[in-house]
Design a protein around this ligand. Sequence first.
Ligand SMILES: [Zn+2]
Ligand SMILES: [Zn+2]
Ligand SMILES: [Zn+2]
Ligand SMILES: [Zn+2]
Ligand SMILES: [Zn+2]
Ligand SMILES: [Zn+2]
Length: 232
Amino acid sequence: MGKAYCTRCAKRFPSQQALQQHYDDSPRHYRCDICGFDGSTWEKFLQHNRKTKHRVVCQGCDDGEGIAWIAGSQEYLVHLKEQNVCQACEEHFDSSSNLHHHQMVHLPRSIECYGCYRKFSTLPAMIIHLESGACPSGIDIVDLNESAAMCFQWKAYLHEDYQNELLNRVDLLSKYGNSVYPFKCPECDTRVTKLSGLLQHVYSDACNQSLYEGKIAKLTKWLEKRYSVDEE
Ligand SMILES: [Zn+2]
Ligand SMILES: [Zn+2]
Ligand SMILES: [Zn+2]
Ligand SMILES: [Zn+2]
Ligand SMILES: [Zn+2]
Ligand SMILES: [Zn+2]
C-alpha cells in the first residue's frame, strides 16, 4: 500500500495501477517511456529529451507547444516532410522552398560584405544586405545595379532596355515600382526585379546555373573586383 504513493503530489493511491493512471493523466507528470524520467512540467520533459535524445523534440508542433516524436519513426518522417520542418531549429514552414531558403541561416558564415565586416552564409544574403541600404559603407542598390550594368557580360543577365538607366544610377524601384524586371537568368530566362533575386534564383534548385560558373561567375567576379578595397 505504501508503495502506491506520489511524492510530488503527496497523494496516496489504492493500487500501483491507480498510481500509474495518475502519472499518465496528471498535468504534473510527464514521463519518459524509455528511462522513466518524470518531468514536473512539459518544458522539463522536452528538455530531458533534447538532452538524452530519447525522443526527438519538434518545438514547432502543436502551435509551438512542441511534441516529442519517436526518432526515425514513420510518423516523424512524414511530419518532417508534410510540415517542411527545419530539424536544426524545429520550425515549420509553409513550403519546401521557404524551408530551403530558411536553412541558409544554418550554414557557416563565410561570405564577407563588399563594404563592411559583416559575414553572411551566402552571396545572395550579402547582396540583400547591400540592397537594403543597411551597410555602413554606403554601397546600395543603385551602386550594385550600376556595377552590374558595367560588366562586359551585362547582356547575358540584364535586359537591354535598362542598361542606360542603371548606368545613370536611376533607382528603378522608385521610378517604376516592383513591376520592372531588368534582370534575367542567362540559363533559363527567368526575369527578376533585383540583382539579389537573380543570384537567389541561380543559387536555388530552380535553375541549373550555379553562382560560380558561366556568365554569372563573370558577374560575381567582376563585383568582387570592383568592390575589393585593396586593389586599385
Ligand atoms: Zn503526482
Ligand atoms: Zn528518458
Ligand atoms: Zn513539428
Ligand atoms: Zn532552422
Ligand atoms: Zn556591409
Ligand atoms: Zn535560371
